[in-house]
Write a new protein. Structure first.
Length: 488
């Protein structure tokens, strides 16, 4: 296929060139009705290109097949058989994938380090999760993706499971051995779903970790807004092989997706694919070299340890890592990542990717250059000089890994929709959670509906909130109380 084409962008340009007059949504009518104060911030071109996909970008019957051609070009660019655009983020895409593989009360193997969007999918469709434990680094209090051997054992114990879902790369950039995991699934005729939200860039450079389609996965979900040039909420899910029908996957997306997709999102997806197909290798040559320099410079700042393969990869850890996720341990300062991240935003206008009880992380992409790198390095150097002022003497009480795992005492769906009550956090030990309790970012629930809460996890969340952790999905975001299943 001709990767120099950009069907959505070309159709949008034709729409402007033809001078079409809409008597359809959106009601701002290409910005004519938008408040000038809004246009002054967002820009006229945003409204000008915010048109309908049908009876706008294409005609009433979509006879030009504009979006379909763009999706086919995306699949060709990355070596998938099918690609589907989503304007509702990978949160929708991963739910569509799950619903294509398992139904209510059927089992699905899921890595317990899954994103909250996966848990939302379990709640909505009533799938019975079989949790597969991640590879826990007890020294660093960090989870890497579950091993193929762990999924092998889970299939042996649950032979009727409909498939497997793994999250890789993690938000920390660590990766599973996907080829081995795909072999585990395919030996049983079961599909592998990969939540590769942080890996949209992986197909475009050989020095990056192997991407899911090349490793043999059946369905792969990517968030192009995370590591690519897509607008927020832009996602693509890819499909290959015969274990999941493209018609079924599309129908599940149609069940969950919007009937008013954003042409702005489609256009940015289309343009990013063309950019990567034509220039991705050269762009990531530069980005990887920049990442090496940034990592080396940060390593020279006292009290900062930049995590590399020697920390994250090997037996009992991850199989690979994305060097563009620059994860820095600052525990030597006895300062939490939360405090450090807040200080950097307040004093240097630097926004970090994530922060936890002992780490901060900066995400580099093809958009970064020496100027942005220097801003980061200047800010981190200044942070080191103020570390003593950021100590609170308020450590986060992180349990050892086995004590972080909770018993799944009820289906997530049953616990979430059943009778509930709000109880003080220090009275919730032994109760069944009826909500997600998710430190965010990275968005991996510490507790989820149907899991039996323990004092260890409750103390972790409470001490975390007191130290600056954000738990946005809790009914009580301060976690002074917790929503639990009402006892009869």
């Amino acid at each position: 296929m001709d990767q120099a084409k950009a069907p959505v962008l070309d159709a949008l340009a034709a729409y402007h060139r033809d001078g079409q007059t809409p008597f359809t949504p959106p009601g701002h009518k290409q910005g004519r009705g938008a408040d000038p104060r809004v246009r002054a911030v967002l820009g006229d071109d945003v409204f000008r290109s915010d048109v309908l996909a049908t009876s706008g970008l294409d005609d009433r019957t979509s006879s030009q097949g504009v979006v379909e051609e763009a999706e086919a070009l995306m699949a060709d660019a990355v070596g998938a058989e099918h690609a589907f655009f989503s304007t509702c983020g990978s949160s929708l895409s991963v739910k569509s994938a799950m619903l294509s593989v398992a139904g209510p009360h059927q089992e699905l193997l899921v890595g317990r380090d899954a994103h909250k969007s996966v848990v939302s999918g379990l709640i909505l469709c009533g799938i019975r999760p079989v949790w597969v434990d991640p590879e826990w680094d007890a020294e660093r209090h960090l989870a890497h993706p579950p091993s193929p051997e762990a999924f092998e054992a889970a299939f042996a114990a649950h032979p009727d499971a409909r498939g497997a879902l793994v999250t890789t790369p993690t938000p920390y950039g660590t990766c599973s051995d996907l080829a081995a995991l795909a072999e585990v699934c395919h030996r049983r005729g079961r599909p592998l779903i990969v939540d590769e939200a942080w890996g949209a860039h992986l197909p475009f450079h050989p020095a990056l970790p192997t991407w899911a389609m090349d490793a043999g996965a059946d369905v792969c979900v990517t968030s192009v807004h995370k590591m690519g040039s897509g607008l927020e909420q832009s996602s693509v899910f890819h499909l290959q092989g015969g274990l999941v029908s493209p018609e079924v996957l599309k129908s599940r997306e149609d069940l969950l997706g919007t009937t008013s997709p954003s042409v702005l999102v489609y256009a940015a997806l289309d343009g990013w694919r063309r950019q990567m197909a034509e220039h991705g290798k050269a762009l990531y040559d530069d980005t990887l070299a920049l990442a090496d320099r940034v990592r080396d410079r940060i390593s020279g700042i006292g009290g900062m340890r930049v995590h590399g393969r020697e920390d994250f990869c090997g037996p009992g850890r991850a199989a690979d890592m994305d060097p563009l996720q620059v994860v820095v341990d600052i525990s030597a300062w006895e300062v939490t990542g939360y405090r450090a991240a807040d200080w950097l935003r307040r004093h240097h206008r630097i926004n970090l990717h994530l922060a936890d009880h002992r780490r901060i992380s900066a995400q580099l992409t093809h958009a970064d250059d020496q100027e942005t790198a220097d801003s980061l390095l200047t800010a981190l150097t200044d942070l080191a000089g103020h570390a003593a002022q950021l100590r609170t003497g308020q450590p986060v009480r992180v349990p050892q890994p086995p004590r972080m795992r909770l018993e799944q005492a009820a289906l997530p769906r049953d616990a979430f929709f059943g009778p509930t009550e709000q109880v003080p956090w220090n009275e919730a030990d032994g109760r069944i959670a009826a909500e997600m309790l998710t430190p965010y970012p990275p968005g991996i629930p510490a507790a989820l509906p149907g899991e039996r809460l323990t004092a260890d996890v409750l103390h972790y969340l409470r001490s975390g909130v007191e130290a600056g952790m954000v738990v946005p999905d809790a009914v009580d975001t301060d976690v002074t109380s917790v929503r639990v299943v009402r006892e009869s």
